[in-house]
Design a protein around this ligand. Structure first.
Ligand SMILES: [Mg+2]
Length: 195
């Protein structure tokens, strides 16, 4: 007897989920994209900005490599940026080449997903609401596609707004990494501290 498959996505029962999942934002959390002026200013506070492409610089957060190594031992990692995928790939490739993320971090770990703008929910393009720019939300509806249960996921993202369709209890929001300020000088910024 044939059966009709239910097309609706199903949550995987918690006991079948392999590990808890950390979903980590990129810009403002692990690194900060910036202008050359901002990059220069970050040097004043002891950071080492990286020239990524013609007009694009970034500053890696202090302790980034050690932080990722540590959380990777106990959690499945997903990087999720609201920028387009090729930007994320260029950044992660550069971080890898500079050993700022563990060596072979991406190539040898196929289970580490990189989600980008295509995985976000495009929310609005109204000039009144969002200055004419689309807002890309990181909706947990996306988790269904990956058989992930919301209860097993923690989003770490400096943007509260991008989590606005999800339960606030599934996310933590460190303040945006701004390396040209005293607050995020290496000796004061403990967001990636393991102690
Ligand atoms: Mg961010």
């Amino acid at each position: 007897m044939s059966t009709i498959e239910d097309p609706r996505p199903r949550l995987v029962p918690p006991e079948t989920v392999r590990a808890k999942v950390f979903i980590l934002d990129l810009n403002g959390l692990l690194v900060r994209y910036c202008s050359q002026e901002e990059a220069d200013a970050s040097r004043v506070f002891g950071h080492q900005p990286v020239h990524l492409s013609t007009h694009s610089w970034y500053v890696p957060r202090v302790g980034l490599s050690a932080f990722l190594k540590a959380v990777r031992r106990d959690f499945t990692l997903i990087f999720w940026t609201s920028r387009v995928k090729r930007n994320a790939d260029a950044l992660l490739r550069d971080l890898e080449e500079r050993s700022l993320i563990p060596t072979r971090f991406l190539r040898s770990e196929p289970e580490i997903e990189v989600w980008a703008q295509a995985e976000c929910t495009r929310y609005a393009t109204t000039r009144e609401g969002f200055r004419g720019r689309a807002l890309y939300l990181k909706s947990f509806a996306r988790l269904y596609d990956y058989n992930l249960a919301t209860r097993d996921v923690l989003l770490v993202d400096d943007s509260v707004k991008k989590n606005s369709t999800n339960s606030p209890f599934s996310a933590i929001h460190p303040s945006s990494f701004t390396p040209w300020t005293e607050e995020h000088a290496p000796h004061r910024d403990h967001a990636c501290s393991l102690s």
